[in-house]
Design a protein around this ligand. Structure first.
Ligand code: F6R
Length: 368
């Protein structure tokens, strides 16, 4: 049942190329347009949307953070991302022109369910991104975009997260198509890039032994930091969450630019710092990240850098290096999170923990 793997989690990590490919099947209409038939909101209703609020918990919340970057960039609509447990209690501004997107793998998370009930009571549209057919959250939503991960058994979400990201990109592109903020060709280009992701993921997975070896080297660590910028920031948060929940280690993710505003004081000699390096591009993201890496390294951090193939500027500052395929910055979370999943899975395994059933955690959290 685990396909020769020791854990469901490890099996599910390896299923990700397939899960992403399945999530992209049948999305192109004969005229080349993106089709999301199951989103039952009419084009008129979608065109009127003037704000998106994403509500979710945990890993699904981090998928929502990535979605914000994509929707704002492609659709020019303001997006808020809110922890479902906080959303309802701050009197959010909801109108009939607000689209609330609830992201939930299980579809049963109580905090997220309460958030959508609140949104619907204010007459906002609710769209669920969910992996579980017929679960409560999609049943109580106006529309649903199902992810195609297949059942996720490991308590820590892996393929659930990747397919949520794909669903978020598709939703963002669809909104851009309906609102006319992107041309058909641009949308088709991104779909091409998404369709290349399963092949890229296979190449990332081929480096598994290298990542496992890195993880084993850090078994004694007391604390591990993760740094990212832009779409790499939620990846850093997700990497840290995986390590907390599986290895019971203190781990924290930071936006690299925030380091100097406080967290850099945490850095001690030999502390592992995993860095998600943005692809090289026209903006200064990449270079700014490199200076952040230099700063922690100058204070004794042991840097483990995830950087795209061909990026040689990183080699001087990386104590260890994991190569990522070259993809646009918005899509980089899809490939960058995988080494972090492998890292956490292996570290927890070597520490003797039950990776599929971490202490104190449940697969679906049905209490608020
Ligand atoms: C972390 C993890 C949790 C869930 C969170 C939301 O690995 O699995 O943080 O992401 O409990 O669950 P869903 O997506 O089912 O609403």
């Amino acid at each position: 049942e685990k396909d020769g793997h020791d854990w469901f989690m490890r099996k599910e990590i390896h299923e990700q190329p397939r899960a992403v490919a399945d999530s992209l099947l049948g999305r192109r209409a004969p005229n080349g347009e993106l089709q999301l038939d199951e989103v039952r909101l009419s084009d008129e209703d979608l065109r009127d949307i003037d704000k998106v609020i994403i509500v979710a918990c945990g890993t699904s919340f981090y998928a929502g953070m990535v979605a914000k970057y994509a929707i704002e960039h492609w659709c020019r609509i303001p997006v808020e991302v809110e922890l479902a447990s906080e959303f309802r209690y701050r009197d959010p501004i909801l109108t009939p022109y607000t689209l609330v997107v609830a992201i939930s793998q299980s579809g049963e998370t109580a905090d997220t369910l309460q958030a959508i009930r609140h949104a619907r009571a204010q007459r906002s549209w609710v769209l669920a991104i969910c992996n579980t057919n017929g679960s409560t959250i999609p049943r109580e939503s106006d529309a649903v975009l199902y992810t195609h991960a297949g059942p996720e058994i490991g308590v820590a979400s892996t393929k659930g997260f990747l397919t949520q990201l794909v669903a978020c990109y598709l939703l963002a592109l669809y909104l851009a198509q309906v609102k006319g903020t992107r041309y058909g060709e641009e949308i088709a280009d991104v779909l091409d890039q998404l369709e290349a992701i399963p092949g890229h993921l296979e190449r990332v997975l081929e480096q598994r032994e290298h990542v496992y070896e890195l993880a084993r080297r850090h078994v004694g660590a007391r604390s591990v930091l993760f740094l990212g910028r832009h779409a790499g920031y939620p990846v850093a948060l997700e990497g840290a969450l995986k390590l907390k929940e599986l290895a019971y280690l203190h781990a924290e993710g930071f936006a690299a630019g925030e380091l100097k505003h406080g967290p850099i004081a945490l850095v001690e000699d030999g502390m592992p710092v995993l860095c998600v390096v943005p692809p090289r591009g026209r903006d200064q993201l990449h270079d700014k990240m490199i200076s952040g890496i230099q700063e922690v390294r100058a204070r004794g951090a042991h840097t483990i850098c995830l950087a795209e193939e061909g990026d040689e500027s990183i080699t001087a500052y990386a104590d260890e290096l994991v190569r990522l395929p070259r993809v646009p910055v918005l899509l980089q979370p899809l490939v960058a999170v995988v080494p972090l999943q492998l890292f956490a899975c292996e570290l927890a395994t070597v520490m003797g923990h039950d990776v599929d059933q971490p202490r104190n955690l449940a697969k679906s959290v049905t209490v608020e």
